[in-house]
Structures are given as C-alpha cells and as structure tokens.
Design a protein around this ligand. Structure first.
Ligand code: ADP
Ligand code: ASP
Ligand code: MG
Length: 401
C-alpha cells in the first residue's frame, strides 16, 4: 500500500472552514487505499503574530523560548485537523514534531533535521489511522523544542516522505504550482509543469517562498519526488524532480526577494585575513551571507558589502559594528531598503549574453544595479526595494514570453 505525505501551508488551514476542506481532501486520499501522513503549518499568519508578540516583550527574544512559542502555532492546526477528520468518521492521530521522531541540531529558530525516527508514525498507520504531524518543529539533542526556519513545514514533509520512502510528497498551497515568477506579483506568470531540483533550489534560495530551500535541498539529496499543488484545485501542479536540460527557455524563472539587508564596511584595511575574520564571525553566529562585493582597493583600504536575510540584520550589524571598531574602519552601515532580483535557468550554462539582457532590461526600466552575483545557472542583482516590482515585471517580460 502506497504512503502519501501531504503538506498543507498556513493559507490552506487559515480558518475552521478551510480546515474542514483539508480534512475532506485527506480522507478522500485515505479512502482510495493510501496510507496518509499529513503535515500542517500554523493557521494563516499565526507565526508572524507570535513573532510580533515576542518582540513586544523583548527586542531580541531568547531563541529557546522563541521556539517554544512558535511551535504552538502548528500544534493548534494539528489538533483542529484531527478533530475535523474524526468528525468525518475516520481515525486520526495528531503528533507534535518530537513524537513524530524529528530530531534536530540545537540551532534554535533555524535548526537542521538530523534524523527522523518513523516508528511511531508507522505504528499508527498500521492501525489504519491518518497521521497528522506538526510541521516546522523538532527536538534538539538537549531535548528542547526547536523550529526549522521560516517555511520549515515543507522540510518536515519532505524529510518524513524520505524516511518513509513515500510514493510522493504533495505540497498544497495557495497557488496552483511553481510559476515563472510570483503570480501574485506578475499576473502574466506561467505555470512550470516540471522543474528540476537544481532550478527549484536556486529559486527557493533566491527567495521564491513557494518551497523552503532546505526542503528542496533535502528532496534533491534523497531523490524524493514532490509536487506543488493548489489546495482548492484538483488539476495542475508542478512536479519537482530530476530533469535533464532540454533546449528551450534559457531562463526559466525570475524571483524577487525584498527580505534582504545590506551591511557595508567603509575603509576596511585591504590585507589577508580580514574577510576571513568578518565572515568567520558571521558564520559562527549561524548567519548566512548571500551576495558579497569588495571594491578595488585604494591606498590599502577598501569598502566591503554583503547581504543577509532581514531577520539576521540586527545580529549581523551588531557583530559587524564591533569588528568595524576593532579593524578601525571609517564606518559600518546597515541598509534594509534593498531587494534582490534573480534570473534562473539551466540553459544559462551554455548560452552567453543572459547577463547583458538582464542589465539592459533593468536599465531600460530605469533601475540602478548596486551589487551583482552569479552562479552557473543564476544571476542576481541588488537594487532599491522601491523599484523591485518594476524591475521584476521588466526582467520577466524580457525572458518569459
Ligand atoms: P504556504 O503557506 O502554503 O507554505 P507560502 O506563502 O509559503 O505558502 O508560499 C506560497 C507563495 O509563494 C505564493 O502565494 C506566492 O506568492 C509565492 N511565490 C513566490 N514565487 C513563486 C513562484 N515562482 N511560483 C509560485 N508561487 C510563488
Ligand atoms: N509556520 C511556519 C512559518 O510561517 C512554518 C511554515 O509555515 O512552513 O514560517
Ligand atoms: Mg511556505
């Protein structure tokens, strides 16, 4: 009998009517003879609201207690969905992350899954029950509750699907699949029926949100087939899988991320070991650095800028300010008025000229580029936040016809 893992995002369980609809979908899948494990997110904007509550009390809340707080959101959804399933006449067993065997490291608020012990889930499935697991949470080696970073319920679902060797992991959300860009920002965006793990990973890392990047990384590593679908539509969907590059679109998608911040060191000494010191300190604090630009040095000094996720800005700035004083820099600034626009496509590997087309599209739209970074299959530009939408429309129109 096939095991199917279904994940329902916050918008799919935003109120009790929606939870009842999800229960019907889950029960239908169960009635077709499948063993069903459901992973749920917190209802609607619950996680945002919990973060805001914490910040009203403490500007940078202790992360252990933050995880305790944030984990409650998903528990509410689990309990209510189980009740809705029982109401339809089927047995459901709701499990917090730690009862579902999710073990993580101790990096509170962005923990990584280390192991998944599926014994309890399998036991309940054997009893004929539908298992409902709280997404986004696990247990650290010190037996503290951890959370897996924003969007982390995707990772819970993928990891459970991998551990159970499920037939498929279905990610249900509020759009009908993965599009050439965010369909809520650019209505001309087109659905992508099949996408490679590699492109999906670049999209997610570039800030596409529709799947968490760590979840895609996990799916790719363990070859877990997954599909992204709308909760309210039967048809459509995007298969995320291993795909060989075929001639076709050079750029497959464009992503805008307005949750970035830029830190700049002015007049930093240009000598060996400085970058290692700065990025070493950020790494030790578990802060991911994205785009890095260092200017040409004049008289032994240079300017150095890098971007981080906006949620890490305060911590990164505090570390940088201290280092700036130590290194006798002229100034260290933090700027969260920026956005990152990224074009992605496997075809870029063999087709030169994509960068020039992207820069021209931005120039024609009157958008100034502040930083650039590239990889084999992507080009990212940092621009002003206020120009993000205009830039996205222009670049999408240039490449996706
Ligand atoms: P969920 O709550 O179901 O996890 P998310 O809000 O995390 O949903 O992700 C879905 C959202 O991702 C969509 O509503 C859409 O605005 C956004 N998104 C960004 N880029 C894309 C894209 N390329 N394709 C589809 N959706 C995208
Ligand atoms: N509730 C968490 C968040 O909002 C996890 C998730 O939805 O995937 O980030
Ligand atoms: Mg999500």
């Amino acid at each position: 009998m096939a095991i199917i893992v279904q994940k329902y995002g916050g918008s799919s369980v935003a109120d009790t009517e929606k939870i009842k609809k999800v229960a019907e979908k889950v029960v239908n899948t169960h009635r077709k003879g499948n063993k069903v494990v459901v992973v749920v997110s917190a209802m609607g904007k619950t996680t945002d609201n919990l973060i805001s509550l914490a910040r009203q009390i403490h500007p940078s809340p202790p992360t252990r207690e933050m995880d305790l707080l944030l984990s409650t959101g998903e528990l509410v959804s689990v309990a209510l969905l189980c009740m809705a399933i029982e109401k339809l006449g089927y047995e459901a067993e709701g499990l917090p992350g730690f009862f579902a065997g999710i073990r993580t490291d101790d990096a509170h608020t962005k923990a990584r899954i280390k192991t998944v012990d599926t014994r309890r889930i399998i036991e309940e499935l054997k009893k004929g029950k539908i298992v409902v697991v709280a997404g986004f949470q696990g247990l650290s080696p010190q037996e503290n509750i951890t959370t897996l970073g924003r969007g982390g319920s995707d990772l819970t679902a993928i990891a459970i699907a991998g551990a159970l060797k499920a037939e498929i992991c279905e990610i249900y959300t509020d759009v009908p699949g993965v599009f050439t860009t965010d369909p809520n920002l650019v209505p001309e965006a087109k659905i992508i029926p099949v996408i490679s793990y590699k492109e999906m990973l670049e999209m997610a890392s570039a800030g596409a949100k529709v799947m968490q990047s760590r979840a895609v990384e996990f799916a790719q590593k363990y070859h877990i087939p997954c599909v992204v679908k709308s909760t309210c539509q039967e048809n459509g969907g995007t298969m995320v899988t291993e795909v060989d590059f075929k001639e076709g679109a050079i750029v497959s998608s464009v992503t805008l991320d307005d949750k970035q911040a830029k830190i700049t060191f002015f007049n930093v000494p240009d000598k060996p070991g400085i970058a290692a010191k700065i990025f070493g300190a950020l790494g030790d604090a578990n802060i991911n650095v994205d785009v890095i630009v260092q200017n040409v040095s004049t008289s032994g000094y240079t300017d150095l800028s890098f971007t981080v996720n906006i949620t890490d800005m305060e911590k990164a700035y505090e570390i940088s300010r201290k280092l700036g004083q130590e290194l006798k820099c002229k100034d260290v600034t933090a700027d969260n008025d920026i956005a990152k626009i990224t074009v992605i496509g496997l075809g870029m590997m063999n087709h030169p000229g994509v960068a020039a087309r992207m820069f021209k599209a931005l120039a024609d739209a009157g958008v100034n580029i502040e930083m650039i970074s590239t990889s084999e299959i992507k080009i990212s530009c940092i621009i002003r936040k206020g120009e993000g939408h205009k830039a996205l429309k222009a670049v999408h129109q240039e490449f996706i016809r």
